[in-house]
Design a protein around this ligand. Structure first.
Ligand code: NAD
Length: 258
């Protein structure tokens, strides 16, 4: 079999958090197109159900929707248990749910800081370790975390210190888990997208004036599209990336190069 056939995910089972829309919906679609059965995991159950039905219809794969707040330990455990029960196992996951709060540091409340860290970083610890425990006990697996170029650089002009710190934490948590589990066949990698056109960026009125400024700074002069992240995630989830662990794949149109 050639490399492209070997990249397929036939027979694999996974889940995507924040999978109802945006980047998560896009990678979930790609995983199913590559042959995987999966769960769309999101706070927003109604949209998750629509997304799951859409992907199942388009790909013929089994796609279920699960309501879960990824910041709640018991909810994440119940979600992983449900994935295993309904899909018959767990081979990969994409821990992707996230939020962004743009507030100047001196005006940011501790509650705003904590919420950003909770959704973007603590949730990754919960998702990765709960999914990881299952994978460690069942022969292995592949975990993909969504970090951000904001884990590498400080975005300007908007102030987003909590987001940047949370994403830098995701990159280092990814590397730490990868090293701890390297001999146990559980791989952990992250992707660090640049600015991507999704509901998070396009539907937020406060971000609209910024998009022109970001594009002026971007070497390619544009936002990325969610579809431009999906092939990397399919590759990381599957069996042609078996020596890739602890990597952070920056996909930013060269934004962080200078
Ligand atoms: P989005 O807002 O379009 O989608 C995020 C999804 O996560 C939503 O469906 C939302 O309901 C869900 N979610 C939020 N909090 C949750 C929680 N506590 N539990 C479960 N689900 C929850 O965002 P997006 O642009 O697709 O971003 C996805 C990920 O990519 C985030 O981690 C984000 O930080 C990261 N990212 C986005 C960009 C970008 O420019 N859009 C760039 C770099 C990284």
């Amino acid at each position: 079999m050639g490399v492209i056939e070997n990249m397929r995910l036939d027979g694999k089972r996974g889940f995507v958090t924040g999978g109802a829309r945006g980047i998560g919906k896009c990678t979930a679609t790609a995983f199913a197109e590559a042959g995987a059965d999966l769960a769309i995991v999101d706070l927003d159950l109604e949209t998750a159900r629509q997304t799951a039905a859409e992907i199942a219809e388009a790909t013929g794969r089994k796609v279920i929707a699960i309501a879960c707040d990824v910041t709640k330990e018991a909810a994440v455990q119940a979600m992983v248990d449900q994935v295993v029960a309904e899909l018959g196992g767990l081979d990969f996951c994409h821990a992707n749910a996230g939020i962004c709060i743009n507030v100047a540091a001196e005006e940011m409340t501790y509650a705003q800081w904590s919420k950003n860290i909770d959704v973007n970083l603590n949730s990754i610890f919960l998702t990765d370790t709960i999914a990881g425990r299952y994978m460690l006990a069942h022969g292995g697996g592949s975990i993909i975390n969504t970090a951000s170029m904001s884990g590498h650089i400080v975005n300007v002009p908007q102030p987003q210190c909590a987001y940047n710190a949370s994403k830098a934490g995701v990159i280092m948590l990814t590397k730490s888990l990868a090293v701890e589990w390297a001999k146990k066949n559980v791989r952990v990698n992250s992707i660090s997208p640049g600015y991507i056109g999704t509901d998070l960026t396009l539907s937020s009125p406060s971000l609209q004036p910024l998009i022109e400024k970001w594009n002026a700074m971007a070497p390619m002069g544009r936002l990325g599209k969610p579809e431009e992240l999906e092939s990397v995630c399919v590759w990381l989830a599957g069996d042609t990336s078996t020596f890739t662990t602890g990597s952070d794949v920056v996909i930013d149109g060269a934004f962080t190069c200078f």
